[in-house]
Write a protein that binds this ligand. Structure first.
Ligand SMILES: O=C(O)c1cc(=O)[nH]c(=O)n1[C@@H]1O[C@H](COP(=O)(O)O)[C@@H](O)[C@H]1O
Length: 305
């Protein structure tokens, strides 16, 4: 799968069809939850430097990638956890992104970036496209600086066959404070959805979808159905499945009749599956990768509509 030859929307459609999976594995490494098999040396030697943790994050994420490559369409590294380690973490992030792409996984870089247009250009250059420092296939972006702030990202989508996912209706309980607020006849999230639709619909790939996608939380199934209809040609990234309470019934409305149009992210319940009560007894510490594998298989099964 080469992004150079295919639009992001088409690459995602191909990846979903090839893997028969709409699961997106969230790569959100957290010090306290890494399997002891990875951290035991760090702890026993007391060598908890940022470099050592960054190496542990790289090992953890690349081993997860080895497990899930071929089983899912995409992965979503969450930049915050890498930034938390400082420069060493940022190097690790680049390594993880490159490794995932080398295993033919599409990479959604979750950085929720944006700024005024001229600065947004730099963010787009940094995170979108293989040649960029942290070059993924797509990036999560915030719409709250307005249309001119999204344009640089859309331009880079066109130039590099990349994609973006704009925050439309987020999964967190407090998101409604702004997103559900009425502006005239519609809510803020409905206005953002109209903007996403407009930016996207002149750029459709062969699969019928375009590069300007949306984030809609699994925790808001009614709005997901509404937003599927409001943005019929946008891929939807659906976070909030698993640890935040979303389940298979909650995400069903995100898909079109061919099972395309959405990918469902799950971070903690997959990557830290070794800690889940139902897996704890089945898998020993040294088998944390098997727990990841079982969790992905289970989610894929749940989402085969
Ligand atoms: O853009 C996102 O991915 C995102 C948007 C949103 O509305 N809610 C949300 O949880 N996310 C991200 O999705 C992931 C969810 O993680 P889990 O709750 O562990 O599955 C985290 O990386 C969040 O930052």
């Amino acid at each position: 799968m080469s992004l150079a030859d295919s639009t992001f929307a088409d690459s995602l459609a191909q990846a979903v069809q090839a893997t028969r999976s709409v699961t997106c594995v969230g790569l959100d490494p957290r010090k306290a939850s890494l399997p002891p098999a990875i951290t035991k040396d760090l702890v026993t030697s007391g060598a908890g430097s940022a470099d050592a943790w960054a190496a542990a994050y790289t090992q953890f994420c690349t081993e997860i990638i080895d497990v899930v490559a071929g089983k899912v369409a995409c992965v979503k590294p969450q930049v915050a956890f890498f930034e938390q380690l400082g420069p060493a973490g940022c190097i690790a992030l680049g390594e993880v992104i490159r490794y995932a792409r080398s295993k033919e996984l599409l990479v959604i870089v979750d950085a929720k970036r944006n700024d005024i247009g001229s600065t947004a250009e730099a963010y787009a250059d940094a995170y979108m496209g293989a040649a960029s420092p942290w070059g993924g296939d797509s990036l999560t972006v915030s719409p709250y600086l307005g249309e001119d702030s999204l344009e640089p990202f859309v331009k880079v989508c066109d130039e590099r066959n990349a994609g973006i996912f704009v925050l439309v209706k987020t999964s967190n309980p407090g998101g409604g404070f702004l997103q559900d607020r009425k502006t005239g006849d519609e809510t803020v999230y409905q206005s953002v959805a109209s903007l996403v639709r407009r930016l996207n619909e002149t750029r459709l790939g062969k699969c019928g979808y375009g590069p300007v996608g949306a984030v809609v939380g699994a925790t808001y199934p009614d709005q997901l159905a509404e937003l599927r209809a409001a943005m019929p040609t946008s891929w939807i990234l659906i976070p909030g499945f698993g640890a935040q309470g979303g389940g298979a019934d909650d995400v069903k409305a995100g898909f079109d009749d061919s099972g395309l149009g959405a990918v469902v992210n799950n971070s903690r319940n997959i990557i830290f599956a070794h800690q889940r009560p139902e897996f704890k007894d089945r898998f020993q510490d040294g088998q944390w990768q098997d727990a990841v594998c079982a969790a992905v298989d289970e989610m894929n099964q749940q989402l085969r509509f």
